[in-house]
Design a protein around this ligand. Structure first.
Ligand code: ADP
Ligand code: MG
Length: 141
């Protein structure tokens, strides 16, 4: 059980100016922000990040959306971070997300669902490294 996960506040949420409210939820839930960036991904960066979904019917829509505007990758620290953050964000489809979750309150559709969260410790490590250098992460300073 690791204590880091990779979150992304997605372009729909930044476009709606919801990033402050989403960061409040993250902090209230007891996560520490260990690193943060504001970036605009290129199409090929988005394709690289979501490589595991290549071949899925929504791959083009997903990578077009994720490269359509600004997003905020965050490295979050908490005990059991991956599972705890998945609980905080809720189901992929906001219609199935539990009340009080970030996706329930801020996502507009299954595609434009406000936030990303890593799904395993192994993927969290890879995803953190995709956006951040070792020295960008507070715990490593
Ligand atoms: P999660 O982000 O909850 O881990 P997945 O890893 O299954 O979900 O999918 C990655 C992302 O792809 C989702 O967060 C969402 O933005 C998009 N996505 C997933 N399923 C669909 C779908 N059926 N239609 C459109 N976009 C989708
Ligand atoms: Mg996933």
């Amino acid at each position: 059980m690791g204590n880091l996960t990779l979150a992304i506040i997605k372009p729909d949420a930044l476009g709606a100016r919801h990033q402050g409210k989403i960061i409040d939820r993250i902090l209230e839930a007891g996560f520490e922000i260990q690193a943060a960036r504001i970036i605009k991904m290129s199409k090929s960066q988005a394709e690289g990040f979501y490589q595991v979904h290549q071949g899925r019917p929504f791959f083009k829509e997903l990578t077009t959306f994720m490269s359509s505007g600004l997003c905020m990758p965050l490295v979050l620290r908490k005990e059991n971070a991956v599972a705890e953050f998945r609980n905080l964000i809720g189901a992929t489809d906001p219609q199935e997300a539990a009340p009080g979750t970030i996706r329930k309150d801020f996502a507009t559709s299954v595609g434009e669902n406000a936030v990303h969260g890593s799904d395993s410790d192994e993927n969290a490590e890879k995803e953190v490294a995709f956006f951040f250098a070792t020295e960008d992460i507070l715990a490593n300073l």
